[in-house]
Design a protein around this ligand. Structure first.
Ligand code: PLP
Length: 625
């Protein structure tokens, strides 16, 4: 458990069963043995990779955020309230959005949209009293008009102006017709404070977003001149996602709250301070300011924010605002687990050829080293073995060693390494040099998924997604495995893990007992951003979804099926894209393709069967057997 850091990043929702399986225990849901689930899915012909979702994790995070603010507000006798809005960009999957929408009332939540399709999605939800619809992002006239229609439909809409041109657009659309209801406006401020971590360039002087102080004042002037300054109700800032240090948050909130307090003198209706997103998720469990971690909790975030806003308002006697948060990552990251199975081990030892008369002397030396290696001579013999092996490789390159001998040398050296490992493990003070060498020695575990589809941030920004096998916890792993995916891309390799030794690009794994033992790996916390950033490299496309549903949860996705998998466990299963689906998505006319193949098959008389071909088109692009 500790080897994978689960005690640090997953203790709140993962435990090990007596059989050594990982069990996912989402709040208010029955616990799910992930290994047993994977086996059951396999029995039903559903192959990896798939994403398993636990919607109650999302509700739980919404609740924790709300409670954090409720406590901070009570502790500090804060005059304002807290409202959360869910930024759709973080995960627009229907199962996620429906969960947030359903829990909106309980947790006083709204939605945030940053593009036209996101706004369509948000405005098509039933309006809820007291909740907000915040429109961020760059907006053309059409986007503005949509926001006005959303207000007409009964939503409390606030359009956040990202540039001075947008205020003109807002005023033009405002005057275009007699709207039955109109959105309020907010302004996004460009802060000098920067976040910390990977997205720190979203904040600071040179950030792409927000209005400078002069621009903020120009917008207020323009609204005042148009007699519409009372429409200005919100000030927003966002200094980046995954902010790793609480110190940076405090500085930014102080700066933002100061601007808010001053602006309130000019815009009396200003009453919301929108703090954006950015709450960090502790993916690696280190509780530090490492890029995949955060050195604070949700409670600490809420309490620091409230404190800073109180101070800033006190200085100029401003009214304390209603605090808005647009947190997404921390709300949805840990509700999803991506599961894939081990397909092949590369670098497994093959049988060594029998000794022969013609065998090279160095190969013979390696055989004797293997035989006589023991605890007393391990250091010396191991050095010798490295020399023999290196010399063999050099001789082969120069043409003085046969391919057969090279194969024997490789195989013998692998066995020597294994024997050294066994010996060293029994030593109280093993030689450091050998331990280092063995630590680097690894095998490649080929895992049936695409990193580009399932965990794109692991490829693009080395983000940690904690990984662990779903079985054999309690049994010591014997291999440092390099995790490679099935794409034809050397970047398709996971190199960042949450285990305590963050510099080790390998995952300690078990040797399979038999070649058909099912060995599954879980990549945890894949619920934020990965679904929409996913790409179809090599045409490995959208994976199956397996969603745990509680009995009172009657949501149904189009094309999905409800199944009982184990006692009291109801899942909704939505199958991933087929070969046909991905080809069509790339504009191929699959019907025509089939016709061409059929005609060609008839013309040149091949063994291609039509039903076989149709079966392949309907199949999942990932590896089957
Ligand atoms: N709000 C805005 C304006 C954003 O750009 C983002 C994402 O970066 C968010 C909210 C969500 O941030 P997070 O997922 O870090 O909470």
């Amino acid at each position: 458990f500790k080897r994978y850091g689960i005690n640090r990043w997953g203790s709140a929702f993962i435990r090990a069963s007596n059989e050594g399986h990982l069990v996912f225990a989402a709040p208010n849901s029955p616990a799910v043995d992930l290994y047993a689930l994977s086996q059951e899915l396999a029995r039903r012909g559903i192959r990896t990779p798939y994403v398993v979702r636990f919607p109650t994790m999302i509700e739980n995070q919404m609740g924790t955020l709300k409670d954090g603010f409720a406590k901070a507000i009570a502790d500090n006798s804060y005059q304002g309230k807290h409202i959360g809005v869910y930024p759709l960009k973080v995960n627009q999957r229907r199962s996620v959005v429906d969960t947030v929408v359903k829990a909106r009332e309980k947790f006083n939540y709204g939605l945030e949209a940053g593009s036209k399709p996101e706004l369509l999605l948000a405005m098509a939800q039933p309006p809820l009293k007291g909740s907000l619809l915040v429109c961020n992002g760059y907006k053309d006239r059409e986007f503005m008009r949509m926001a006005f229609h959303a207000a007409e439909l009964g939503h409390h809409v606030i359009i956040v102006l990202e540039s001075t041109r947008e205020v003109r657009r807002y005023l033009d659309v405002y005057q275009e017709q007699d709207w039955t209801a109109k959105p309020e406006v907010g302004m996004r401020a460009k802060l000098y404070s920067r976040g910390s971590g990977r997205w720190q360039s979203s904040g600071g002087e040179s950030s792409k977003f927000g209005l400078t102080t002069n621009e903020l004042l120009a917008v207020v002037r323009e609204l005042t001149n148009a007699g519409m300054v009372e429409q200005l109700s919100l000030l927003h800032f966002h200094i980046g996602s995954q902010i790793t240090q609480i110190k940076r948050i405090k500085t930014a909130v102080r700066e933002g709250a100061r601007i808010y307090a001053e602006l309130q003198q000019l815009a009396p209706q200003l009453r919301y301070l929108d703090l954006g997103g950015g709450i960090g998720v502790d993916y690696d469990g280190s509780r530090t300011s490492y890029p995949s971690s955060a050195n604070y909790s949700l409670e600490e975030y809420a309490s620091q924010v409230v404190f800073e806003v109180i101070e800033a308002c006190r200085e100029v006697g401003a009214r304390q605002p209603t605090l808005l948060t647009e947190s997404g990552r921390v709300v949805v990251a840990n509700h999803a687990v991506t599961i894939a199975d081990l397909r092949e081990v590369q670098g497994e030892l093959m049988p060594v050829p029998e000794p022969s008369e013609e065998e090279h002397r160095l190969v013979h030396e390696l055989r004797s080293t293997l035989e006589s290696l023991n605890i007393k001579n391990v250091e010396e013999y191991f050095h010798d073995a490295i020399d023999y092996r290196d010399e063999c490789l050099q001789l082969f390159s120069r043409g003085y060693l046969s391919l057969q001998d090279r194969a024997s040398a490789e195989g013998l050296f692998g066995r020597i390494r294994n024997k050294v490992k066994q010996i060293v493990e029994s030593m109280p003070h093993p030689p450091e040099e050998i331990v280092d060498f063995l630590g680097k020695a690894h095998q490649k575990y080929l895992v049936n998924f695409s990193i580009f589809q399932s965990i794109p941030d692991a490829w693009s920004i080395d983000q940690v997604f904690p990984a662990a096998p779903l079985s054999r916890h309690g049994e010591k792993p014997t291999i440092n495995a390099q995790i490679v995916d099935i794409t034809c891309d050397s970047d398709g390799c996971v190199e960042t893990f949450a285990h305590p030794d963050e510099n080790m690009p390998y995952l300690p794994l078990h040797e399979r007992r038999t070649a058909d033992e099912k060995y599954y790996l879980g990549f945890f916390m894949t619920g934020a951003y990965q679904d929409s950033l996913a790409n179809v490299h090599n045409l490995f496309a959208r994976c199956h979804e397996v969603i745990l549903r509680n009995p009172d949860d009657d949501m149904v996705l189009p094309g999905s099926e409800r199944v009982e998998l184990g006692e009291n466990l109801t899942f909704e299963i939505k199958m991933g894209l087929t070969c046909e689906d991905v080809l069509s998505a790339m504009d191929f006319d699959v019907e025509r393709m089939i016709r061409w193949l059929r005609d060609r098959h008839l013309a040149v008389e091949t063994t291609l069967g039509e039903s076989w071909l149709l079966g392949v088109l309907q199949s999942y692009p990932y590896l089957s057997r």
